[in-house]
Design a protein around this ligand. Structure first.
Ligand SMILES: C[S@@+](CC[C@H](N)C(=O)[O-])C[C@H]1O[C@@H](n2cnc3c(N)ncnc32)[C@H](O)[C@@H]1O
Length: 332
């Protein structure tokens, strides 16, 4: 198994990086590894693309899609692209004079999300990256996005003290995070972006993949495959639109306003795919109830509750103890 490739994926809330070994061990129980190379793996909520990339290393032909521009950009850079890597010249070219005065989304976000220095840097490199042909365009945009996430403690663009840090009002910044904000200023440089680009390159390797952007139900109805992995947002929890809407805009996509599909609609739209793996959880969801909901659509083969704290360093201890992910494997 190739190592380090998950470093290429963006630090995305709700990513299933750490669950990948378990998810694929469960798949192997139903579908022997020897048949993976002849099978298609569908990931309609690909997010960071951690699971899609893991499937690609296993030999699956992977189709990854998501409604968010950030996720779709990641899929174009790493899932659909299997050969092209960033060179140092690609990064340096973003700093050529032509784009010095590009004013874009980041400039409009000054004081809301970015400092003037950050906005000037971001608009310039984003404008230059957008002019490159695919897949360099998506590779560069992914590297810039990873850098943007690094500007904020724990990748939280909506951190409560970010506004104060942006205007240099450090008295109102939590002392625990002050060092991060001060160090982050050094990230606005060609060297720092090239360091991130080399991380992105670790996710480029041989295999077969496709990338799309759109609603999961439409994707499922139009796709065929042997395995589908469903990882929808939990009902009533983490709002990806709030957390990543700004990144989607920076990348040139609009903020997503689609509601997440219901579990029953998703199970209905996946009925033609023989093996289904579902990640689910959130307040008010219990494993027995989930098993009987899935069981109304297809036979349940395995059901597990796995401890999986999200953002463990900022969630309360009590919340961490309750944070778990349910995984249900169902056949046809
Ligand atoms: C739990 S995250 C997926 C995380 C992903 N498995 C990973 O490992 O990074 C849920 C994803 O659903 C996407 N999403 C929300 N509504 C959607 C819809 N209607 N169609 C497709 N994707 C949607 C969000 O953009 C988000 O990326």
């Amino acid at each position: 198994m190739r190592s380090g490739f998950l470093d290429a994926t963006p630090a995305y809330l709700g990513n299933k990086r750490r669950l990948c070994p378990l998810i694929f061990a469960l798949i192997e129980e139903q579908l022997p590894r020897q048949s993976w190379a002849a099978s298609r793996f569908l990931d309609p909520f690909c997010g960071s693309c951690a699971v899609a990339l893991y499937a690609k290393t296993g030999g699956f032909q992977v189709s990854a899609s998501d409604v968010s521009e950030l996720a779709a950009t990641t899929a174009r850079a790493l899932v659909a692209n299997s050969h092209v890597r960033l060179q140092q010249e690609d990064v340096l070219a973003l700093f050529a004079d032509g784009h010095k005065n590009s004013e874009g989304v980041a400039a409009r976000q000054v004081r809301a999300a970015f400092s003037e220095q950050e906005a000037g840097f971001l608009d310039r490199v984003l404008a230059a990256a957008r002019e490159r042909p695919e897949p360099k365009r998506s590779l560069l945009l992914l590297a810039i996005t990873k850098l943007v996430l690094r500007l904020r403690p724990m990748s939280l663009l909506t951190a409560s003290d970010a506004g104060a840090a942006i205007v240099g009002d450090y008295d109102r910044v939590s002392p625990r995070r002050l060092g991060h904000y001060l160090r982050a200023r050094q990230l606005l440089s060609p060297d720092a972006l090239w360091a991130v680009a080399q991380e992105v390159n670790k996710g480029v390797f041989g295999g077969r993949g496709e990338a799309g952007r759109g609603d999961a139900i439409e994707f499922l109805v139009g796709e065929s495959g042997e395995v589908v992995y469903l990882d929808p947002p939990y009902p009533g929890t983490s709002d990806y639109r709030g957390a990543y809407g700004l990144l989607d805009e920076l990348l040139g996509g609009e903020r997503v306003s689609l509601p997440a599909p219901t579990l029953d609609d998703l199970l209905g739209a996946s009925r033609h795919i023989p093996l289904l793996v579902l990640s689910y959880g959130g307040p008010g969801v219990d494993l027995d109830g989930l098993v009987s909901r899935v069981g109304r659509h297809r036979p349940v083969l395995r059901a597990l509750a796995v401890p999986y704290p999200h953002l463990p360093s900022i969630a309360s201890e009590e919340k961490n103890a309750r944070n778990q992910e349910f995984i249900v494997v169902a056949g046809s």
